[in-house]
Every structure is written in C-alpha cells, then in structure tokens.
Ligand binder design. Structure first.
Ligand SMILES: [Fe+2]
Ligand SMILES: [Fe+2]
Length: 198
C-alpha cells in the first residue's frame, strides 16, 4: 500500500477504538455495564502503541517535513497538526493516569476517567478530521516522486494497525466488534471514517 492508504487505514483502526471508547463511556455513565478494566487497558495500550508511538512520530518525522518543503500553503495546517501531536501526548498521559486511578479507587473515580476519555476522544476526532479533510486533499501531485518514495517506504514498514506485529491487537478488535456492532464498530474499514466525517 502507498503511504496515503496506510495513513487512512491507521486512522480507521483508531476510529474503531474511539467509537468503542465512546460506547464504553456511555455504558459506564448509564450504569449498563460494570467497568471492564482489561478492555479499557487494551484500548489505551493500543492508543499508546499505534497512534502515539508509530503513526504520529512517522507523520512528524517523514511526512510533514516533505509537505512543509513542497506546499507553502499547507504550512499553517502542518504547524497546527504538529502542535496537536504534542498536546496529544498530554491527553494520553492523563487518560492512562485516570484509568489507573479509576482501577485503584473504584466508582468514586469513574466520572474523572469518563471525562478524561471524552477529552481524548474529542481531541482525536478533531485531529483525524483535520488531516483527512484539510491536509490530504491538498497533496495529490504536489510532492516529488522521490519524496513519495521515501514516505511510502517509511509507512510501509509499519505493522498492520488491525493486527500488530504478532496479532496482538486481534483480540482487542474482536472485542470491539462485539461491543460496538458495525457500522459503529469496525464497520467497513475503507469507509468507516467517511461516515464520521462526511
Ligand atoms: Fe497526526
Ligand atoms: Fe494521522
């Protein structure tokens, strides 16, 4: 796959986790289900290991520098997206810490966890939508073939965002499918996000 397809595919995998997190927050608040700490930890582990440790660093390190050099009109968008990546790390740290606190003290910390999860989810939708709606449509033919070759090679080295390097995410996504039925869960991997942003 080319880098743009890989980026969209990684966004859709994160979108599935975001929808599952939204559904889980709603269930907790309505008292429909007790907290499943193992599932919550698996979702946050995914957020740390795929978007935070692989996807965003590769955008910052390989993708954005080429766009910055070739597309002056995209520079304000890149500035904002890089700023969001930086802020995203703070959101994820707060999310992880609030889950630990929730697990440690129980119901008294449920609302603070739900609020941290909502902040992260809202932040992530804004970020994905900005990249998909404002940045990617600008690019088409504007980067040189050599730049695309470097970007494609960098993203092609990423593990499958639905499976991981050792199928470690398969269980998480099968549980997400059960938790949030299609199209709200995994749905169609190619068009799942489109329903969210169109
Ligand atoms: Fe990003
Ligand atoms: Fe992205």
């Amino acid at each position: 796959m080319k880098a743009i397809d890989i980026i969209r595919n990684e966004h859709r995998a994160l979108a599935a986790v975001l929808r599952a997190l939204e559904a889980t927050i709603a269930d907790l608040r309505d008292g429909r289900r007790p907290p499943d700490f193992r599932l919550l930890a698996a979702m946050i582990d995914y957020i740390v290991r795929v978007p935070e440790e692989v996807h965003h660093p590769k955008e910052d390190g390989v993708f954005f520098p080429h766009i910055r050099a070739a597309c002056p009109d995209a520079v304000p968008i890149i500035d904002e997206l890089e700023h969001q990546h930086h802020r995203g790390r703070e959101h994820v740290l707060q999310l992880a810490m609030s889950l630990i606190h929730f697990q440690a003290v129980g119901a008294a910390a449920q609302e603070s966890f739900c609020a941290a999860a909502e902040r992260y989810v809202a932040f992530s939708w804004t970020h994905i939508e900005m990249e998909e709606r404002q940045l990617l449509p600008l690019l088409s033919d504007r980067l040189a073939p050599a730049a695309w070759a470097e970007i494609d090679a960098a993203f092609a080295a990423n593990a499958d965002p639905w499976r991981g390097t050792a199928d470690e995410f398969e269980r998480l996504f099968s549980r997400i499918t059960a938790l949030v039925p299609a199209p709200l869960g995994l749905g169609d991997r190619r068009s799942g996000l489109a329903s969210r942003i169109t």
